[in-house]
Design a protein around this ligand. Structure first.
Ligand SMILES: [Zn+2]
Length: 123
């Protein structure tokens, strides 16, 4: 698999990263949609295009009903997608250093390098 990226310090293919992020987001939204449907006592089987609808549900009203961690992850993914567009994906938002690739592999929506993330969580 060729590993050439356009972003500084990142050799991962941004197209693949984007795909991975979008899949993850869809997964989260579908799960959130199921939770939401459960809360509103929706009946009957899910529509075939449910996954499509769910992608449209990305608004504050829906996000407000999600668990905090799901909402946080979705907004992280959105920010990561935006950074791919801007060509700054893979750079730490705190110190500007490239984020370790293994970290991005495990957590593609990371916006901080391991050092800054550890610093933030230790505060
Ligand atoms: Zn950093």
């Amino acid at each position: 698999m060729p590993n050439r990226g356009c972003c500084p310090g990142v050799t991962m293919d941004p197209t693949l990263v984007r795909k991975k992020l979008e899949e993850r987001k869809r997964e989260l939204l579908v799960r959130a949609g199921e939770v939401h449907a459960g809360i509103t006592r929706a009946e009957g089987p899910l529509e075939k295009d449910f996954a499509e609808q769910v992608v449209q549900m990305e608004n504050d009203a829906v996000l407000a009903g999600l668990s905090e961690s799901t909402a946080a992850e979705i907004s992280q993914i959105n920010r990561a997608l935006k950074r791919i567009e801007e060509g700054v994906y893979g750079q730490c938002i705190v110190c500007g250093q490239p984020i370790d690739e293994r970290r991005l592999e495990a957590l593609p929506q990371s916006d901080r390098c391991i050092r800054c993330a550890e610093f933030a969580s230790s505060r």
